[in-house]
Design a protein around this ligand. Sequence first.
Ligand code: GLY
Length: 393
Amino acid sequence: MKFKITTALLLTVLGAQAQKVDVPTSFKNAAIQTGILIKNVDSARKEKPNFVSPRTVENGKLKMVVSRDWTSGFFPGELWYFYEYNKDSKWLELAKKYTEDIKKEQFTTTTHDLGFMIYCPFGAGYRLTKDTAYRSVIVQAAKSLSTRFNAKAGVIRSWDHSGTKWKYPVIIDNMMNLELLFEASKFTGDSSFYKIAVTHANNTIKNHYRPDFSSFHVVDYDTENGGVLQKTTAQGYANESSWARGQAWGLYGFTLCYRYTKNPVYLAQADAIAKYILNNKSTPADGIPYWDYNDPQIPNVSRDASAAAITASALYELAKYSKNAKTYKAAADKILYSLSTAYTSKIGDNYGFILEHSTGHRPNNSEIDVPINYADYYYLEALLRYDGKFNFK
Ligand code: GLY
C-alpha cells in the first residue's frame, strides 16, 4: 500500500527528523530505575511471596501481581532486554531468576495471554541463552494456548470471564499471542500451531477491522455457525471508538504475522493500520496518543504511553519490510524521543517504573495516567530496535 502523506503526517515526520534518541543515556537511566524497582519488588515479595511481578502504582503504592496476571511476564522480559543491551552477567542472573517465577503458567488454559506471560520472558531467554529448557516451556505454552482455538469460529478465545456479556470473546490484543504459536511451530515442526495462528489472523482481518482500518476491541463469535454475534469494547470509550492500545496491538500483531509468513496480506494490513494511527488528527504533536482516539473529552483526558511504546517498537520492525520505511522510522523516532525525554520518571520516583502516563483500563476507572510494566517493556524493546544494532526480530 502506498502511503498518502497528509499535513498531520508530514508535521510528525518533519518533527522527528531533528530528534535523535540518546539510547545509551536512556538505557542507563532505565537501568538505574529498574535497580530501584527490583529492591522494591524484593521487599514486597518478603510479605507476599506469590505476588511475583510489579505491574503499576495504585493509590500511591506498588502493585504486585501473581504469575497468572496477564502482565506478569513483562518484568522478567525487561531484565532480558537489559542483558541483551549490555551483556552484563548481573542482568543475566536477574533475568533467569525472575523468569522462573512465571514458568508454571505454561500449563494455564484459562486465558489467551500466554504470549505475553510466557513468550516475552522465555522467548528472550531462549534467544539469548539457547537453553532448551526455555524452549520446552514455550512449546508447552503453545499447546495450552491451542486448546482455546475453536475450528468453527476459526479463532482463539480470549477471555473466559464475563459470560453474560459475551459467548466467545476475541480481543484485538490476542494478535500478540500468535508469536508464541509461530515460534513453537518453528521449534517442533508441528504445523498445527502455524495453522491456528494464520487462521486466527485471517479471521481477525475479516471481523475486527472497519473500512478505515481501525479496530474493534472485542468481537463475540458464535461457535455453532462461526458467525459474529457482536462487535463491542471493554477497555475503549465506546463500541465504535478506537481504543489506542488496541490499534497498537493490531499493528504489532500483523507485523509479526508478516515476519513469520511473508504473506503480503499481513504486510498490507500492517501498512493500513499504520496509516490509520499516524494520520490520526487527535494525536498531539509529541506523538503520544490519548487513551482512545475518539474520546470526546480530548484534550482533557489521559494519554497512553504504553500504546505509543508498542507502536514505536512495531514501526521499527515494519520499517524493515514496508515501502514506507522512512516514514515509519521517522514516526517511531519521534515517539521514542518523546518517551525518552518527557515521559520518563524522575530517578527514584514511581517505585522504579521507567515511564509515566499510561492508561490501563479507563472505563473501569483503574490505572489512569500511571506507570505500567508493559509500557516499560515495549519502550526498552523500541530502544533496542532504534538503530538496528539489535536486529533480533
Ligand atoms: N491486553 C490487555 C490490555 O492491553 O490492557
